[in-house]
Design a protein around this ligand. Structure first.
Ligand SMILES: Cc1cc2nc3c(=O)[nH]c(=O)nc-3n(C[C@H](O)[C@H](O)[C@H](O)COP(=O)(O)OP(=O)(O)OC[C@H]3O[C@@H](n4cnc5c(N)ncnc54)[C@H](O)[C@@H]3O)c2cc1C
Length: 373
């Protein structure tokens, strides 16, 4: 019997495994692929805040950015590369947002070095930009390191049944608690209110004679070079879903698109693509992540005492799956959010600490029930 079974060995599942194993729990992590075999393995894994005017997502990502940089530096310094980040506006609207961001940011703003200004294109030099101290983690190695104290079981979880006070997994394993960290892949608990969008992304490692010391974000994300290799990646522009697409993903077209977009920002000499990484990242429909217990919709709807048409839904009156939580929907910020959200989830599981309503999955049930019942 495990104390906790985590389904999904991406950055979310592995971060939760780390938190719970550190707290002395017996943890098993299941994945149908390898550790970081999903979206996490494809990530450039830049640790950066959100450069926007304001709003709850920006605030959450700012807190998570500060927390995660300190977390990685304290626990896994060898897997964190600290590097200045230059974020360049894509257009005039974006420039205005960056000007606003710079006025209000509590982060130390850097002056871009002459070396970076020499490397970037004239167009990029003319755009508004912001530069801060940030970092990049080694995606796969980080997931593996976080999972080290848990048992890893390479198996697809097909059946999850709660009986006699614990979860029966694939009719073979038992755990007192289950955490679903399945990313953009098919959901294990089919609930009508729970919808996540999977967005396909592609990252390439590129050999180049150009030396680059910065992370640069504009139309794509470009990493600093190390031993003559840098990474270029993007998730927002390649609309492909492996579970619904009729044709296989066109790797060459993806490479060309990434290189063309990178060339609008940086002048790279003597390039050769040496490796491709691809995967799905999952985002929620309001862009905020999903952390916490899962509402059982049919049981909750049967409760006649609940008013589903109120502006202030009472989440505590809902019926939840017993000893089951989820962590998902991190969008393009999985490596920024996961350590922060995993701590939040651990405190909920072990100490019943409240989770902010802004990230509770119950918000989607409340919206769905209001619309449909
Ligand atoms: C190209 C690209 C670049 C990105 N760049 C960045 C970046 O620079 N910075 C950043 O912070 N984020 C970045 N992201 C986003 C980040 O990768 C995601 O937010 C993050 O990986 C989500 O992690 P996850 O653990 O939720 O999902 P995943 O990593 O997808 O993990 C889910 C896992 O669950 C497993 N699974 C699902 N169902 C089952 C089942 N039934 N049984 C067993 N296993 C199951 C899957 O095999 C998978 O391994 C990028 C993403 C991509 C694709």
């Amino acid at each position: 019997m495990y104390d906790v079974a985590i389904i999904g060995a991406g950055i979310n599942g592995c971060s939760v495994a780390h938190e719970l194993a550190q707290a002395g729990k017996r943890v098993a992590v299941f994945d149908m692929n390898s550790i970081a075999g999903g979206g996490s393995g494809a990530a450039g894994a830049f640790i950066s805040p959100k450069f926007s005017k304001g709003g709850e997502l920006k605030e959450l990502l700012h807190e998570a950015f500060v927390y995660s940089m300190a977390f990685y530096e304290q626990h896994f310094p060898q897997l964190l590369k600290k590097a200045p980040l230059l974020h360049v506006a894509q257009d005039e609207d974006d420039s205005k947002i960056l000007q606003e961001y710079k006025k209000n940011s509590s982060l130390t703003l850097l002056n871009p070095s002459s070396e970076i200004l020499d490397n970037i294109t004239t167009n990029a030099q003319e755009m508004e930009s912001v530069s801060i101290n940030a970092g990049i983690v080694n995606a796969e190695a980080m997931c593996k390191a976080l999972c080290k104290s848990a048992a890893f079981i390479q198996e697809k979880v097909e059946s999850l049944i709660y009986d006699e006070g614990s979860w029966n997994i694939n009719e073979e394993y038992r755990a007192k608690e289950v955490v679903l960290a399945t990313g953009a892949y098919e959901s294990l608990m089919k609930e009508p209110y729970m919808q996540l969008r999977g967005i396909w992304g592609h990252r390439i490692d590129v050999k180049t004679t150009t030396q680059n010391s910065h992370s640069i974000h504009q139309f794509v994300s470009i990493s600093p070079s190390s031993n003559g290799v840098l990474a270029i990646g993007a998730t927002h522009n390649v609309h492909y879903h492996p579970q619904t697409a009729k044709e296989p993903y066109d790797v060459n077209a993806g490479r060309e698109e990434l290189l063309e977009k990178a060339s609008r920002t940086i002048n790279l000499e003597n390039i050769e693509v040496v490796k491709d990484y691809m995967g799905l990242r999952s985002g929620s429909f309001d862009y905020m992540p999903l952390v916490g217990p899962l509402v059982m919709s049919s049981e909750t709807l049967q409760n006649k005492a609940i008013n589903f048409h109120t502006k202030k839904p009472d989440y505590e009156a809902y019926t939840y799956y017993p000893n089951l939580t989820m962590i998902n929907g991190n969008g393009g910020y999985g490596f920024v959010l996961a350590p922060y959200l995993a701590k939040m989830l651990k405190e909920y599981i072990l100490s019943d600490m409240k989770i902010s309503q802004k990230v509770l999955p119950a918000r989607f049930f409340a919206r769905w029930a209001k619309k449909t019942h």
